[in-house]
Write a protein that binds this ligand. Structure first.
Ligand SMILES: NC(=O)C1=CN([C@@H]2O[C@H](COP(=O)(O)OP(=O)(O)OC[C@H]3O[C@@H](n4cnc5c(N)ncnc54)[C@H](OP(=O)(O)O)[C@@H]3O)[C@@H](O)[C@H]2O)C=CC1
Ligand SMILES: C[C@H]1O[C@H](OP(=O)(O)OP(=O)(O)OC[C@H]2O[C@@H](n3cnc4c(=O)[nH]c(N)nc43)[C@H](O)[C@@H]2O)[C@@H](O)[C@@H](O)C1=O
Length: 357
């Protein structure tokens, strides 16, 4: 990529897209094409074709997707498969028609089998059944990998698929129901701390900054208590989901962005594809290669926030897959390594969260 190459960052206001845009700007790139969801609905094939034909981007970061945590994935299964297939089909095909030089497709490590070997190497894809909670989303992401691979093989394109582990960082989704675990825990534990210390001003400020369905920060205390209770937030206790036993790996979103830009700058499809007839390994895992239990993450966040109450778990809520540690040896061999550890990331994100109220 040249510093003045025309770059389309799809989803540039999201957790990863905003970090990719920031990273590109820091590295001196200047020529961006950006559209919000309201300006260009990527599920609309005609609109996407017209956009590509008019704007002619040279490079595409496909970081727009329909994204959510375990509950959103379990409940809104049709949305996760339909919207993601539509976005990626439209963007990848329009990139081919309009001679995009390189495209980066963002998948997820949930593409791997539920009982995958740990850590999960790229080539365990499609070797046994998936985790059920996010199967529709995973199927869409697998289709995206295979679409990139197929276009590369048939049309000689240079499309690379990367599979990030669980991400967290600025511009994350802090919705109490639909978010991923790390931002969910930050918010739930923060609200529980406000309740525990009777700091109603801070609590009301939080609810007004990030609306919670069914309640405003100006509502009477008893109504706020009733609604927060539904999300497991009580005066001396927070009740989180599942058993707390599943293991997860977390990567700072700005590091994910750095890895994405690094791969666009340095890696080509031909570097990713192994020699020989068998076409596998056309994607790259992005992660830290380190894991901890959900209970340990909760404790870490509790300590950072300084919540003195009780942490409990509601085993009636889904655990999801029990382990999904990425094998990052290919990423390391390609020359990229993470730097920010979770204890530091949680602290930065909690400060960011408070500053955005
Ligand atoms: N967050 C995570 O932990 C992980 C994320 N990923 C993957 O990384 C990528 C980025 O995820 P993340 O940044 O977390 O997601 P976010 O939800 O934070 O951002 C998604 C972005 O996609 C845009 N978008 C959604 N639907 C449409 C649409 N129909 N048309 C146009 N734009 C749309 C949104 O636009 P707008 O802002 O205008 O509404 C938003 O900017 C996704 O592919 C995701 O699957 C993979 C593993 C983990
Ligand atoms: C990256 C990947 O992320 C998703 O998969 P996931 O890792 O299972 O999702 P998650 O982050 O929501 O939960 C992780 C764990 O945490 C537990 N947990 C506890 N308490 C809360 C809680 O309050 N909220 C949430 N969301 N989870 C909680 C929860 O029970 C589970 O055991 C995919 O759907 C898909 O989006 C994807 O690509």
């Amino acid at each position: 990529m040249n510093k003045d190459s025309k770059i389309f960052v799809a989803g540039h206001r999201g957790l990863v897209g905003s970090a990719i845009l920031k990273n590109l700007k820091q590295k001196g790139y200047t020529n961006f094409i950006l559209r919000t969801h309201a300006e260009l609905d990527l599920t609309d094939q005609c609109a996407v074709n017209e956009f590509f034909a008019t704007e002619k981007p040279e490079y595409v970061f496909l970081s727009a997707a329909h994204v959510g945590g375990i509950m959103a994935n379990s409940l809104y299964r049709a949305d996760f498969i339909y919207i993601n297939l539509m976005i990626q089909n439209n963007v990848i095909h329009a990139s081919y028609i309009n001679n995009v030089k390189k495209l980066l497709f963002l998948g997820s490590t949930c593409i791997y089998p539920r009982e995958a070997p740990q850590p999960m190497p790229e080539d365990c894809l499609l070797t046994s059944p998936l985790e059920y909670t996010n199967e529709p989303y995973a199927i869409a992401k697998i289709a995206g990998i295979k679409m990139c691979e197929s276009y590369n093989l048939q049309y000689g394109t240079n499309y690379i698929a990367v599979m990030p582990t669980n991400l967290y960082g600025p511009n994350d989704n802090f919705n109490l129901e639909t978010s991923h675990v790390l931002p969910a825990m930050i918010r739930k534990i923060h609200l529980a701390k406000c309740l525990h210390s009777n700091n109603w001003d801070a609590l009301r400020k939080d609810l007004n900054a990030r609306p919670v369905e069914g309640i405003s920060g100006d509502a009477p205390e008893k109504d706020i208590l009733a609604v927060l209770g539904k999300y497991g937030i009580f005066q001396g206790k927070v009740q989180l989901w599942g058993t707390g036993k599943p293991l997860r790996e977390f990567l700072w979103s700005e590091e994910m962005a750095d890895a994405s830009v690094y791969i666009m700058e340095h890696i080509n499809f031909s570097d990713v594809r192994p020699e020989g007839n068998e076409v596998r390994n056309t994607h790259i895992n992005i992660g830290t290669g380190k894991e901890l239990s959900i209970k340990e993450v909760a404790k870490l966040i509790q300590d950072k926030i300084g919540f003195q109450g009780e942490l409990a778990f509601d085993a009636s809520k889904p655990d999801g897959t029990l382990r999904k540690l990425t094998d990052v040896s290919k990423l390391h061999a390609l020359g990229w390594h993470h730097q920010i550890e979770i204890a530091d990331g949680v602290e930065i994100l909690y400060n960011w969260y408070l500053n955005k109220q």
